[in-house]
Design a protein around this ligand. Structure first.
Ligand SMILES: Nc1ncnc2c1ncn2[C@@H]1O[C@H](COP(=O)(O)OP(=O)(O)OP(=O)(O)O)[C@@H](O)[C@H]1O
Ligand SMILES: [Mg+2]
Length: 283
């Protein structure tokens, strides 16, 4: 397994906004954000119905990219193409190329199990297993064949810390995960994804069921996680996209209309449709 430094959460005494500015300027200093994933000419069909049209996008290491666009425009479908999750739905076709570290993930001999470990996914609604908090996070480690109890315990703690949940659950690790609040369950699912040390984290509207405080916590976690990961997040919340993302991609009716820095998309987008959408004129 790759090494995975445990990220300390927000430094004491810094505000949420200071924290974002700090990590942004740190990010600017690091110019080596390599392309982690790339979509080239991706088309996608449910049966015969084409849903995505010629999508070209790239996602860089240690950056957050937001996918925005009106309901039904194909954001979730596109996100799922990145980890080949649509294949689980049956009659679907994906064409074009999707690479992870320049390797084509749709190549016949690409290991899909390994792909889904390297590219973790957090869904719109929290999906904890009906197991204890501890076992939810340990699950992927056990599936990977790790048996050493202290390695598992260390990894569970590290993952819960990175998901900003440890302090809230450290005394109830053996309680059922179903007894956690919605926001806690969502962070538990993030911890579960992090435990297997993904390189890319896909998040499909992870805050849609959360209250403002839980949302803020999760946004703080995203900014911390960005230090080590490539993160792609679907959101309907324009303020959230502006707060957490470095780049933003605007989708409309299955097409990528515009992709640029978040600042450009929100303040001086080139396309009229993008400007209308981010200004709330439709969608
Ligand atoms: N399993 C499926 N089978 C057939 N069509 C589907 C399936 N899932 C989605 N679609 C269709 O594909 C199109 C894109 O859907 P998708 O869920 O990707 O949109 P979205 O941008 O994520 O929307 P939302 O913001 O509402 O989540 C829609 O027309 C949808 O009805
Ligand atoms: Mg969706």
């Amino acid at each position: 397994m790759r090494g995975c430094p445990c990220v300390m959460l927000r430094k004491e005494g810094t505000s949420y906004n200071q924290n974002k500015q700090m990590t942004q300027s740190q990010n600017q200093q690091a110019n080596d954000h390599e392309v982690k994933m790339r979509a080239e000419h991706v088309d996608f069909y449910y049966g015969k119905h084409q849903t995505l049209f010629d999508i070209n996008l790239e996602f860089r290491d240690r950056e957050v990219t937001a996918l925005i666009g009106p309901s039904g425009c194909g954001k979730s479908t596109f996100l799922r193409t990145l980890s080949r999750m649509n294949e689980l739905l049956g009659d679907t076709t994906t064409t074009g190329k999707i690479t992870l570290d320049e390797e084509d993930v749709y190549e016949r001999d690409f290991d899909v199990v390994q792909l889904r470990q390297r590219v973790g996914m957090v869904f719109q609604r929290p999906t904890p297993f009906p197991k204890s908090v501890f076992e939810n996070v340990a699950y992927g480690l056990r599936v990977a064949g790790i048996k050493n109890r202290s390695i598992i315990a260390d990894k569970v703690e590290e993952s819960l810390r990175r998901a900003a949940l440890w302090e809230e659950v450290k005394d109830r690790l053996n309680d059922s995960a179903l007894g956690l609040s919605g926001g806690q369950q969502q962070r538990l699912c993030i911890a579960r994804a992090l435990a297997v040390e993904p390189e890319v984290l896909l998040m499909d509207e992870p805050c849609s069921a959360l209250d403002p405080i839980a949302t803020q916590r999760l946004e703080e976690s995203i900014l911390e996680l960005r230090e080590n990961l490539c993160i792609i997040i679907v959101t309907h919340n324009m303020q959230q996209a502006a707060r957490v993302s470095d780049k933003t991609a605007f989708f409309f009716m299955g097409k990528l209309i515009e992709f640029d820095t978040t600042d450009t998309i929100f303040n001086h987008a080139h396309e009229q449709r993008t400007r209308d959408y981010v200004n709330g004129n439709f969608g």
